[in-house]
Design a protein around this ligand. Structure first.
Ligand code: HEM
Ligand SMILES: *[C@@H]1O[C@H](CO)[C@@H](O)[C@H](O)[C@H]1NC(C)=O
Ligand SMILES: *[C@@H]1O[C@H](CO)[C@@H](O)[C@H](O)[C@H]1NC(C)=O
Ligand SMILES: *[C@@H]1O[C@H](CO)[C@@H](O)[C@H](O)[C@H]1NC(C)=O
Ligand SMILES: *[C@@H]1O[C@H](CO)[C@@H](O)[C@H](O)[C@H]1NC(C)=O
Ligand SMILES: CC(=O)N[C@H]1CO[C@H](CO)[C@@H](O)[C@@H]1O
Length: 332
């Protein structure tokens, strides 16, 4: 640009050219997400992601839940910008993934993104963002486990900030009241119906005993099915000594993305206090009942809400970068 403005006074065509250049720069900077963002710059994008995600999920079926959870957390803390993937470092200190609430964020998700990124860097170096890899991987894994398909727009940049201190207040906890959770989602533009659908992701995956120990040991929750409680007590008997102990979020069909989660809630088979509370609260119960009896209604709403999550506060243009490695910023 410097060269162009120096020449402006000398040659008459240059002002015109420079206008075009600044227009181009503007377009690039505010460029919106598109479905075929990598069509020219990385034509193998879809194929590479699909192949690696499929292989990893078949080898390690815990991957799907891990990736969906990490993706959701990433988006809720400063937008879908892969900031959750950054390891703690000297420059920014303790990062999102090492916030206390993130202590249990699963390694399979980080491993998957690293594999996809490594493969894509060989095909088209410096082109594909970690944020896009995470968004498409999560979508593919919802589908692979039996859930709905939705389009994911592409062109996210990777964020330049990741701080553990930004996690608190953005991520729902199982000991929060329903009002608090509704407010938390509302503050990010999500309706109660979208919230109920999104939490339906708990139709797959695990929770560690400490996340629900209170309602099976200290203050046994009368809403919980007694036989289920007995089973969980046995499973978690030793959880303080062995903190890796975990239970399926959906005790009936733990690896299948279906509407069983909502049917469980109707039968006192919700694992987390907040899960079970959704079947009780007058604001959420009608939606739980609807999703429990109509899987299509759940899938439609989940797909719509995930699409919305996946563009939440995304960064484009100079707001971010294409990380060379998903676990560190480029300037370290
Ligand atoms: C009321 C809001 C929510 C609360 C309180 C909550 C809380 C939790 C907790 C405590 C765990 C267990 C973590 C562990 O022990 O490792 C968990 C797991 C999980 N959450 Fe949520 N969550 C909420 C909403 C969501 C949403 C909106 C999604 C995705 C769209 C989601 C996806 C998952 C998945 C897939 C797992 C299983 C992770 C795995 O197996 O590795 N959650 N959640
Ligand atoms: C991006 O697209 C969305 C939806 O099409 C639109 O609402 C928004 O204004 C666009 N943003 C920019 C920066 O072009
Ligand atoms: C909820 O749990 C978190 C972490 O387990 C804890 O720091 C917080 O104090 C608890 N909040 C309430 C209201 O009990
Ligand atoms: C409890 O955990 C300890 C430490 O991991 C282990 O040695 C012991 O066998 C466990 N006991 C039961 C009943 O699971
Ligand atoms: C189930 O939900 C879908 C999508 O909202 C709707 O079109 C359909 O009519 C519902 N089916 C029943 C039996 O209510
Ligand atoms: C402090 C701490 O244990 N942080 C963990 C957060 O989650 C990641 C991913 O599983 C772990 O690697 C960190 O050790």
């Amino acid at each position: 640009m410097g060269v162009l403005s120096n020449g402006r006074s000398k040659i008459s065509i240059l002002p015109f050219l420079s206008t075009i250049f600044s227009l181009l720069a503007l377009v690039t900077e505010s460029s919106n997400l598109t479905k075929d963002y990598y069509k020219r710059s990385c034509p193998m994008f879809d194929q590479v992601v699909t192949q690696i995600v499929t292989t990893k999920q078949m080898d390690t079926p815990t991957t799907a839940a891990a990736v969906i959870r990490v993706f959701f957390h990433d988006c809720m803390v400063g937008g879908c910008d892969a900031s959750t993937l950054v390891a703690s470092n000297a420059l920014q200190g303790k990062t999102e993934r090492d916030a206390d609430v993130n202590l249990s964020l699963p390694g399979d998700a980080f491993d998957l993104v690293t594999r996809v990124k490594t493969a894509l860097e060989l095909q088209c170096p410096g082109v594909v963002s970690c944020a896009d890899i995470l968004a498409v991987s999560a979508r593919n894994l919802v589908k692979m486990t039996g859930g709905p398909y939705y389009d994911v727009l592409l062109g996210r940049k990777d964020g330049l900030v990741s701080k553990a201190s930004r996690v608190a207040g953005n991520i729902a906890l199982p000991n929060m009241t329903m009002t608090r959770i509704i407010d938390l989602f509302k503050a990010k533009g999500f309706t109660v119906r979208e919230m109920v659908a999104l939490v339906g992701a708990h139709t797959i995956g695990f929770s560690h005993c400490k996340e629900f120990s209170n309602r099976i040991f200290n203050q046994p929750d009368p809403k919980m099915n007694p036989k289920y409680m007995e089973g969980l007590r046995q499973l978690c008997a030793n959880y303080t000594k062995d903190p890796t102990m975990a239970a399926f979020n959906d005790v009936m069909t733990p690896g299948k993305f279906d509407n069983m989660y909502y049917r469980n809630l109707q039968n006192g088979l919700g694992l987390l206090a907040t899960d079970q509370a959704m079947a009780d609260d007058p604001r959420t119960k009608p939606i739980v009942d609807e999703f429990a009896s109509n899987e299509t209604a759940f899938f439609d709403e989940f797909a719509k809400a995930m699409k919305k999550v996946s563009v939440f506060q995304v960064k484009t243009g100079k707001e971010g970068e294409i990380r060379h490695r998903c676990d560190q910023f480029n300037n370290v």
